[in-house]
Design a protein around this ligand. Structure first.
Ligand code: AGP
Length: 608
């Protein structure tokens, strides 16, 4: 995933581009670059490393004067992070340049065809092919050249394009990778995501697939890939601009952990009405809900882990069989979707390529798809048959926390809605569930208050080599997320295991002092989980236990215990995750890792 910003208007473009790219660095940050038309020609500056390198090399943009430009922060897919591979990319005469987010799937074939026609390539990127293809088709009409290129390239792309012979225009093009445009009295803007231009305008246009936007200093025109002009409606963004800032926290991740109570509340409150669950956006009549015979949940990463929790909750409450798939597997395994099935895709960004492809696969087979999404107006939100937002607001840290908690909450609501309609819970059980649900925000808040204690414990493990997370049933689901949180930001190897499965091989990895985090919140599985603790203790493990208040006998076995407040067992993941998030965060901080922008990662993986 990469970040794109473009500007054309009356102001200095470089300052606007650098400011916008800084808001998009979470999308990719191994190299950066920008191109500015200086009145005579297009000048490009590129750098390896964080955006601040480019800022310093261009004196904060002051050495790149001009009012038209495009910029890019890169998360490398083709070609190592280097100045040569950084965007923008030029054609050979340096009269056309392009920035790109996505993957040109057929770039090798196109590169060969262009090379056979004498084109020389300086980079290893797929993007450079677009610059030369634009050169190949450009005969004086930029829009025509662009549409011809779009008929040739395959794959995903969000493009910003500049033509030196048309300095009064800038072009934005989109297929699958997100792109928005906006306008204010100073000019017109291109961006991969809202935070980059929110300070300039709250009225944005989401560019749809295979649409082209021609931006001038004071207006924009939209076209189809066949050069037919389009009319589009702006979307008003009511985000609080501060939401995209750190608000005094050391890292976005910590800030977003502390926003979890609000996220859970904001996801719940519009859907709890007079002690009932109302999910308006899920336009499926009760009778149709009763007909659902199976649910397929499809997602990636933490969203997948939320789906694993969703399986336990939906099957337990609504007695509907649930199958959970990794999106990258689902889309290629020719899944068996029977009549009466429905598909739920879960995605914070709403732009994850694998999840979007899984959605399209399910829809192509005629199945209804519900999207549980955080980013309003994202591709998945717009292509799903119905969408249930998680209302977490912008999540900037690469490691998801509040959006994950929002996903759990949305799945609880869905399970309760299904259970109510299908009469698989009694009135009393429903009320107990509702009461537990409403108490979650305060209980999360309470757990966040124990961060100092967890920080002290985490500091002991900054040098750890392997850390295991185990649990049974829904505790296994949260172990998956706890393990991912730790490894993706601290770079310490970690695995999550079903506690009962450890003895079938992996227990051989347990050595003297190996930390094993055991989640034991499911009372009906508690004795078995205690046995698993004894098993790893016998091999020298140091056991961190996360369990319910009152289970003090666990202190006879565990070496360190974190208690969570009592809640309905099916909602325990929403509480158990808090100490696990804090643990992973403080281990990473203790190691001096860049918590918000971990190496090799990007906030949303919009490529395969
Ligand atoms: C989670 O901390 C990771 N950032 C990653 O696993 C993420 O959950 C996954 O890439 C899915 O992203 P999405 O929710 O935006 O689709």
């Amino acid at each position: 995933m990469c970040g794109i910003v473009g500007y054309i208007g009356t102001k200095e473009a470089a300052l606007i581009i650098l400011d916008g790219l800084a808001k998009l660095e979470y999308r990719g940050y191994d190299s950066a670059g920008m191109a500015i038309f200086d009145g005579e020609k297009i000048r490009i500056s590129k750098s390896v490393g964080r955006l601040k390198v480019l800022e310093s090399e261009t004196c904060g943009g002051k050495t790149m004067r001009g009012t038209v430009g495009i910029g890019h922060t890169r998360w490398a897919t083709h070609g190592v992070p280097s100045k040569t591979n950084a965007h923008p990319h030029f054609n050979r005469q340096e009269t056309i340049c392009v920035v790109h987010n996505g993957i040109i799937e057929n770039y090798i074939a196109l590169r060969k065809k262009l090379a056979d026609r004498g084109y020389e390539f300086v980079s290893d990127t797929d993007t450079e092919v677009v610059a030369h293809l634009l050169d190949y088709y450009y005969k004086g009409n930029p829009l025509e050249a662009i549409t011809k290129v779009l008929h040739r390239v395959e794959g995903s792309y969000a493009l910003g394009v500049m033509f030196a012979q048309h300095p009064d225009q800038l072009f934005a093009v989109r297929k699958d990778s997100p792109l928005i445009v906006g306008q204010n009295e100073d000019g017109c803007y291109i961006a991969s995501d809202v935070p980059a231009i929110l300070k300039y305008t709250r009225n944005v246009y989401y560019v749809d697939n295979q649409e082209i936007v021609r931006l001038r200093g004071d207006h924009m025109h939209f076209y189809t890939v066949d050069e037919e002009e389009l009319k589009k409606e702006a979307v008003y963004i009511d985000w609080d601009a501060n939401a995209a800032e750190k608000a005094g926290y050391e890292h976005f991740m910590l800030k977003e952990m502390y926003e979890q109570p609000k996220t859970v509340m904001d996801t719940l409150s519009p859907r709890i009405r007079e002690n009932d669950i109302v999910i308006e956006e899920f336009e499926m009549p009760d009778e149709q809900l009763r007909q659902i015979k199976k649910i397929h949940i499809v997602a990636c990463g933490s969203a997948y882990h939320a789906g694993v929790t969703g399986k336990y909750v939906l099957e337990s409450l609504a007695r509907i069989p649930v199958e959970v798939d990794l999106a990258s597997e689902f889309r290629y395994r020719d899944p068996i979707l029977e009549e009466g099935a429905m598909v739920i895709v879960i995605s914070q960004s709403g732009e994850t390529a694998d999840t979007l492809a899984a959605l399209r696969e399910a829809k192509s087979r005629g199945f209804r798809v519900l999207g549980i999404v955080n980013v309003v107006g994202s591709s998945i939100a717009r292509e799903a048959d119905s969408v249930m937002y998680t209302w977490a607001g912008p999540e900037i840290a690469v490691a998801t926390t509040k959006a994950y908690s929002g996903q759990l909450t949305a799945l609880y609501l869905l399970a309760m809605k299904f259970a109510k309609v299908r009469n698989t819970v009694t009135e009393a059980e429903f009320e107990e569930l509702l009461d537990s649900l409403k108490r979650l925000p305060d209980q999360i808040e309470l757990l966040l208050g124990s961060k100092e204690r967890i920080q002290r414990f985490a500091n002991r493990y900054v040098g750890a080599k392997d850390i295991f997370f185990v649990g049974r049933g829904i505790d296994y689901a949260i172990s998956l997320e706890g393990s991912l949180k730790l490894k993706e930001i601290s770079y310490i190897h970690s695995e999550a295991y079903a506690a009962g499965e450890l003895k079938h091989g992996t227990i051989s990895l347990i050595e003297e002092g190996t930390l094993v985090a055991v989640v034991a919140t499911q009372q009906h599985l508690y004795p078995k989980t205690i046995s698993n603790m004894v098993e790893v203790k016998a091999r020298g493990a140091f056991v961190l236990a996360v369990t319910n208040e009152g289970n003090h006998d666990i202190e006879k076995v565990a070496d360190y215990v974190i208690y969570i407040p009592k809640t309905h067992p099916l909602f325990a993941n929403s509480l158990a995750i808090v100490p696990l998030q804090l643990f992973g965060y403080y281990v990473a901080v203790g190691k001096g890792c860049d918590v918000d922008k971990p190496r090799n990662l990007a906030k949303s993986v919009t490529v395969e």
